[in-house]
Design a protein around this ligand. Structure first.
Ligand code: ARG
Length: 465
């Protein structure tokens, strides 16, 4: 067979009589970013070739030659001994060209029963599957950092806020575990997404499948895919698995940014609740006293691009007709960018979460300001038989008196308290003050010390601590 030597770099040269415009080449290349999937591309090709040998499309020897050479190409790429060029468009063409350059016609058989459409989908699924596993491990490390500090902080009571106003007192570990729960849901979302990502695209070919006797079950087995996509047009056209992953990463970033925001303001001089590890802070070039929480600010800030990347994928795929369209090539950079931002943020979050120190004196000093025990008193009255609405009113009036006289509720005499409600007796003092309010808690999932203890222990077990 004769090759079209006028256009030596193109896999699709046959029908063309004109060479590609160099501007077009530059505009349409994806190698500058999809080379990141070289390992997955090679892994996918080896799995595909192994299947082709199983069904007799390749001989065993041909498969072994292809496999050997693909591994050598992978090593060359890893050693920086591989030339990338825009003329070869993408990672798929680069690997295939390198293969045929070495082993000629045997290499030319690799692309049998395959299109770049199902190939790119496969590579991307493999890449995202790996990325999910990395993020899951990083999320687990962060959970461990929070759970790991719970015992040491168990005796610290802090205000919980609603509307950024002091609300009710809680144990510090109750706050740490609030973050742990959020990151757990993030992990569950990733695991759920992984189930759908882990579907074999290969075999769909361009959009209609193939007339060649392939065995997709084998390919799935070789590449560790649990499911086999059942519709070739669907495979060719969709990237919802990537959009879903982009959402999962956006949600992680949003959780991280909320935590970062909490710790940024709680480490200010005005608050003085937290001391961030200096090795994760930076100074100012003009104000010598400054120790700035830049890492937390950047974690918060990077959320913007991660959310933007989700938006990009949604808009990218909106209104796309069946089946493959080149628009889909634009799906990779947002995913790579989100992964880089989120994985780097998680990597830094764990040591910060573990090493930040609670400023116990400063927290304790102000704990009994702000009527954190008002709800505790209200529930005391409810237990005495006062209807909730009336109890709320009575405590509200007492708080008003306290504000006017500069007194905390626990500083009120029994007589004053009884003036508001005669059902109050001496036992009320067991429920006033932040520490008593925490102790009085009972419900499942509350900040009651035995509840928090139970949660810490079960998290330790779940995380193998
Ligand atoms: N680089 C392309 C992408 O990322 C690969 C698939 C190209 N397929 C095609 N028919 N042009 O989507």
């Amino acid at each position: 067979m004769t090759e079209n030597n006028n256009k030596p770099d193109k896999a699709w040269g046959g029908v063309f009589t004109e060479a590609t415009d160099s501007r077009m080449e530059r505009f349409s290349e994806s190698i500058s970013f999809d080379k990141r999937m070289y390992e997955q591309d090679i892994r996918g090709s080896i799995g595909h070739a192994r299947m082709l040998a199983d069904v007799g499309i390749l001989t065993r020897e041909e498969f072994e030659e292809i496999e050997r050479e693909l591994i050598a190409i992978k090593e060359r790429i890893e050693q920086g001994d591989f030339k990338f060029s825009a003329a070869l468009e993408d990672i798929h063409m680069h690997v295939e060209r390198a293969l045929t350059d070495k082993i000629g016609d045997v290499g030319r058989k690799l692309h049998t029963a395959r299109s770049r459409n199902d190939q790119v989908s496969t590579d991307f699924r493999l890449w995202i599957r790996d990325a999910i596993d990395k993020l899951d491990a990083l999320l687990e490390d962060l959970q461990k950092a929070f759970v790991g500090r719970c015992d040491g902080d168990f005796d610290v009571i802090v205000p919980a806020y609603t509307h950024t106003q002091r609300a009710q007192p809680v144990l510090a570990p109750h706050i740490w575990l609030a973050y742990v729960e959020k990151f757990q849901r993030d992990r569950e979302r990733l695991a759920d997404c992984r189930g759908r990502v882990n579907t074999l695209s290969l075999g769909a070919a361009a959009c209609a499948g193939t007339s060649l006797p392939i065995d997709r079950t084998k390919t799935a087995e070789y590449l560790g895919f649990e499911l086999i996509a059942a519709n070739s047009v669907d495979v060719s056209s969709d990237r919802d698995f990537a959009t879903e992953f982009a959402y999962d990463m956006a949600q992680i970033a949003i959780h991280l940014s909320g935590w970062a925001e909490d710790w940024i303001w709680q480490s200010t001089v005005e608050f003085g609740f937290l001391k961030l590890p200096q090795s994760f802070c930076t100074g100012s070039s003009i104000m010598p006293q400054k120790v700035n929480p830049d890492v937390l600010e950047l974690i918060r800030g990077k959320t913007a691009r991660v959310v933007g990347n989700l938006q990009s994928l949604l808009v990218l795929t909106k209104g796309l007709p069946l089946a493959y369209n080149r628009d889909l090539q634009e799906d990779k950079e947002p995913i790579f960018d989100s992964f880089d931002a989120v994985s780097a943020s998680l990597e830094l979050a764990a040591p910060i979460a573990a090493r930040t120190v609670l400023n116990r004196e400063s927290i304790a000093e102000r704990l009994d300001k702000g009527y954190l025990d008002a709800t505790s008193l209200m529930e005391y009255l409810i237990r005495k038989g006062v209807p909730q609405r009336s109890a709320h009113g009575a405590v509200g009036r007492l708080v008003r008196q306290g504000i006017d006289s500069g007194k905390a509720l626990a500083e009120f005499s029994l007589e004053t308290l009884q003036k508001e409600c005669e059902l109050i007796d001496e036992s009320v003092y067991d429920y006033l003050g932040a520490a008593n309010a925490v102790k009085a808690m009972k419900s499942y999932g509350s900040t009651a010390p035995d509840q928090v203890r139970f949660q810490i222990d079960s998290w330790k077990k779940r995380l193998g601590l």
